[in-house]
Design a binder for this molecule. Structure first.
Ligand code: AOF
Ligand code: ZN
Length: 368
């Protein structure tokens, strides 16, 4: 279209790179990056680093100040439309005005229904040139959980499955039954870090007693994800790690008795009864209701870790937005079948977007 110059594109790419530094640390805010350019010179950059911390624009302005460089007359490249509200920080629109920015180039509009919006309009009315849509797709992808939550009020659902050469599944017990590589395992911990909640079925809890925490990669300013157990009749063992380790767990049931609920509930464990609206088949918590509940609680990304029953329920209901399938060349012998192959993923509405081989496993990334 000729609308964007090479400098524009270079600056926005850099802003996207800056934004990446906030990934997994700022939820429920989106990761955002900002670059300030004067003529052909990039004078400053910044990113939204942690919840309650400076927004990207303000971080970039602070960066320029620290370097003793003028922001007056510069162009700001931001991956998201500047906010126009007093939230945890004052409005970025005003910060840009104060800094004397002459033009704002943004990648994606901010669809957040809970903020005032109108950032671009406010800037235009103040006489600043605003151009939008540069590398929008990349920016929306980087902020996918935030965008998804803003537009649907539900978390983006990511499924992770590790499968051996014979289609047998990961024993989640990482010490005893691990067959995927160290690199794949780290990728799983990264996924957990980028997720607000991690969900398993009760059979996985009984069989593997998993922790489902982020341990192999630094958590930095991020939080441990909420652990969620789908437990139709409350069979979760009170001595399991998810119940006894003091980290937050949500156990959802549709037909458990009160005594069991009382034995599991504590300061860190919430037991919630969610009767199905209509009887579900197989019986259990209704998944649409579950996603609405998590969306209402502001959770933007849900990682489905297993096992096969849970995968098949989410895939069968067409509720998976993205899947990471880790395929190992090793055979772990007899075990539960994953029940996930290309045909299943395709009929769940997903397409294989990429194949990545960190060391020996293949990690397939499937997207809607
Ligand atoms: C920006 N720049 O770097 C980010 C923005 O609660 P607050 O004050 O942190 O505001 C959060 C909202 O602001 C968030 O939900 C999103 O709509 C927008 N995020 N805006 O101008 C940023 N992270
Ligand atoms: Zn802001």
């Amino acid at each position: 279209m000729g609308e964007w110059s090479e400098l524009d594109i270079r600056c926005m790419r850099l802003a996207l790179e800056q934004a990446e530094k906030g990934c997994g640390k700022v939820s429920p805010n989106p990761p955002v990056g900002c670059v300030l350019a004067s003529g052909a010179e990039i004078v400053a950059s910044g990113w939204h680093d942690h919840l309650g911390g400076l927004h990207a624009e303000q971080a970039a302005i602070a960066d320029a100040e620290e370097r003793g460089l003028a922001t007056h007359g510069s162009v700001a490249y931001v991956t998201l439309e500047p906010c126009n509200h007093h939230g945890r920080t004052p409005p970025c629109t005003e910060a840009l005005l104060w800094a004397g920015v002459r033009e704002v180039v943004l990648a994606a509009a901010d669809p957040n229904p809970t903020v005032r919006g109108g950032g671009a309009e406010f800037l235009r009315e103040a006489g600043i040139t605003v151009r939008s849509g540069l590398l929008e797709e990349e920016a929306r992808r980087q902020m996918a959980p935030f965008m998804h939550w803003c537009e649907q009020r539900r978390p983006l659902v990511t499924l992770k499955a590790a499968i051996d050469a014979d289609g047998v599944v990961d024993a989640e017990n990482e010490a005893a039954g691990r067959f995927t590589s160290e690199a794949s395992l780290r990728r799983v911990h990264e996924l957990r870090r980028e997720s607000d909640a991690v969900l398993v079925g009760v059979n996985t809890v009984i069989r593997d007693d998993p922790e489902l925490t982020v341990r192999l990669v630094p958590l930095a300013a991020g939080r441990q994800p909420l652990r969620i157990v789908l437990d139709h009749t409350l069979r979760t063992p009170p001595a399991s790690r998810l119940v006894s380790d003091g980290q937050a767990t949500l156990i959802l049931h549709s037909d458990g008795d009160e005594q069991r609920a009382a034995a599991l509930a504590s300061d860190s464990v919430e037991v919630l009864h969610m009767p199905p609206l209509q009887p579900t088949e197989p019986p259990g918590v209704e998944l649409d209701q579950l996603l609405d509940l998590l969306g209402d609680r502001g959770l933007q990304r849900l990682l489905i870790e297993g096992g096969p029953d849970v995968w098949s329920r989410f895939l069968g209901a067409g509720l998976v937005d993205e899947a990471f399938i880790i395929r190992s060349a090793a055979s772990i012998g007899p075990g539960p079948a994953a029940g996930i192959d290309a045909a299943v993923l395709t009929s769940a509405g997903l397409q294989c977007a990429s194949n990545d081989s960190p060391m020996d496993d293949v990690i397939e990334h499937w997207l809607r």
